[in-house]
Ligand binder design. Structure first.
Ligand code: ZN
Ligand code: CU
Length: 477
């Protein structure tokens, strides 16, 4: 009898392609999937009785700011406990590489507490990942604002000049050659708000000149200007020829509730001509730096960290302003630098976007604070518990496709995201009747329930709901 390392026995395989679940065993040899279905020809040194639970490809979190967390907290518990085996870092215009250290940069710089380390090249960053040995795999986007910080002298609140754009294009090209997944922008933030569409088109053309790379954008305006912003993003994709992913698509602010009924058909039309997708997280509250410009769209604002006033973490902005006897704007100014949660979305838009066939699941979680948005710990189980099991918004296999196969195909992740013979053994086993997020806005760091086993590159990172000390993650180039 042939031997192998691991057999997962008696599972319900949901393979990540969107195909319906099927009863099967999965055998693993080394880092790869050896056999699916009847694996009785193999004898394994370790057998896990899956007992009818779901075996899915390890989840790919396509929208993260984990560039530093994978180095600072390599156990990555907030991801492993959700069944996430790969994170795409460097979103929203901000990446740890390539980056030139500089003081006094505006947001998105500073949105990730603990995100101070800088790497001059993607090569240097990938070497740091290798040394840190994180529990999850890392794919890196190059941040447009990070490129700007390296190429532009003085303030970033302006359009880049021709030579500066040429510098950025060169740095981006080098980063893509060194294994970056593509380019991200954060046009809503001061570091890039004044970058004209032409600047983005020039850089997105560099992305398009490489095989299987992606341009992701946190659009210029997700509130009153959301429709114009979607138009701009689609134009940038069309004119550059780059694959486009609209980041954390939402329609923020009461005046804009329902606008996904306009934006999604625009995306449908663009998908007929080009490669367009989006990511979404399953919450009606957003989270980023505390910025006065973002106040009007939110019904309520919760401060999650403040450098000068750490005691205000977890308190509502209105309460802080009242206690201090100042306006909300003055409170925001005094709290700087700070981060916040904004309750600013409509459940109807969220569900409509999540159901869209081109929507992937991405957490946009911000690690590094004690009071993070619960999406950091709960995103993937929340989709499977609340939106699949309870609300029946999505079929299980559809939801898993949005967390795995679709995600791998949009971020150039070649040999992961589906369960097939020869693919890398990144796997998650969970109980579909139990899986749920437990983290909430008051208790944001609670691990989810129902995730039984997590396997990363063939190594068992979680067994029977308990994380092991396996640190088998890689930098994916
Ligand atoms: Zn963003
Ligand atoms: Cu983000």
């Amino acid at each position: 009898m042939a031997v192998c390392d691991l057999i997962l026995k008696g599972g319900l395989v949901v393979d990540g392609t969107g195909a319906p679940p099927r009863r099967a065993d999965v055998a693993v040899e080394g880092e790869r999937i050896l056999c699916i279905g009847d694996c009785s020809a193999y004898q394994a040194s370790e057998v896990i009785d899956v007992g009818g639970e779901v075996i899915a490809p390890g989840f790919i979190d396509v929208h993260t700011h984990d560039d530093w967390a994978v180095l600072n907290t390599p156990d990555m518990s907030f991801k492993i406990t959700q069944g996430v085996t790969t994170v795409v870092a460097g979103n929203c215009g901000l990446s740890a590489a390539p980056f030139v250290p500089r003081e006094g940069l505006p947001a998105p710089f500073g949105i990730v507490p603990g995100g101070e380390a800088r790497f001059a090249s993607v090569e240097a960053y990938s070497a740091a990942v290798k040394r840190a040995k994180p529990a999850v795999n890392v794919r890196l986007l190059v941040g447009h604002s990070s490129l700007r910080a390296g190429a532009m002298q003085g303030a970033l609140e302006r359009a880049a000049s021709g030579p500066e754009i040429a510098d950025m294009a060169q740095a981006l090209d080098a980063a893509l050659r060194q294994g970056a997944a593509g380019l991200s922008s954060g046009l809503d933030y001061p570091a890039a708000l004044n970058a004209p569409a032409e600047e983005m088109i020039t850089l997105a053309r560099v992305v398009a000149s490489h095989r299987d790379k992606t341009y992701t954008t946190h659009m210029r305006d997700e509130g009153d200007g959301v429709i114009i912003s979607v138009k701009e993003a689609l134009e940038t994709g069309r004119r550059s020829g780059a694959r486009l992913v609209i980041s954390h698509h939402k329609c923020a602010g009461r005046a804009n509730f329902g606008k996904s009924q306009k934006t999604l058909p625009m995306i449908d039309a663009a998908m007929r001509e080009g490669d367009v997708a989006m990511d979404v997280y399953p919450y009606v509250a957003s989270s980023t730096a505390l910025i006065a410009r973002f106040l009007p769209s939110a019904e309520e604002i919760k401060v999650i960290w403040s450098k000068p006033h750490p005691a205000m973490a977890g308190r509502m902005l209105d309460d802080i302003a009242k206690e201090w006897g100042v306006s909300r704007e003055d409170a925001v100014a005094q709290l700087q630098p700070a981060g916040a949660i904004y309750f600013d979305m409509d459940e109807g838009d969220l569900q409509r976007i999540m159901m869209h066939p081109a929507a992937m699941i991405g957490s946009d979680g911000l690690p590094g604070t004690e009071k993070p948005h619960p999406r950091l710990w709960g995103t993937f189980p929340r989709v499977l518990g609340r939106y699949v099991r309870e609300l029946k918004l999505l079929e299980l296999s559809q939801a898993i496709h949005k967390m795995t196969g679709l995600s791998a195909s949009k971020f150039g992740i070649q040999d992961r995201g589906v369960i097939a013979e020869g693919k890398r053994a990144d796997l998650v086993i969970f109980n579909p009747d139990v899986v749920a997020d437990v983290a909430d806005f008051d208790h944001p760091e609670r691990p989810s329930q129902g995730i039984s086993h997590v396997i990363v590159n063939g190594a068992i990172a979680m067994a029977n709901g308990v994380q092991t000390d396996a640190k088998a993650g890689r930098f994916l180039s």
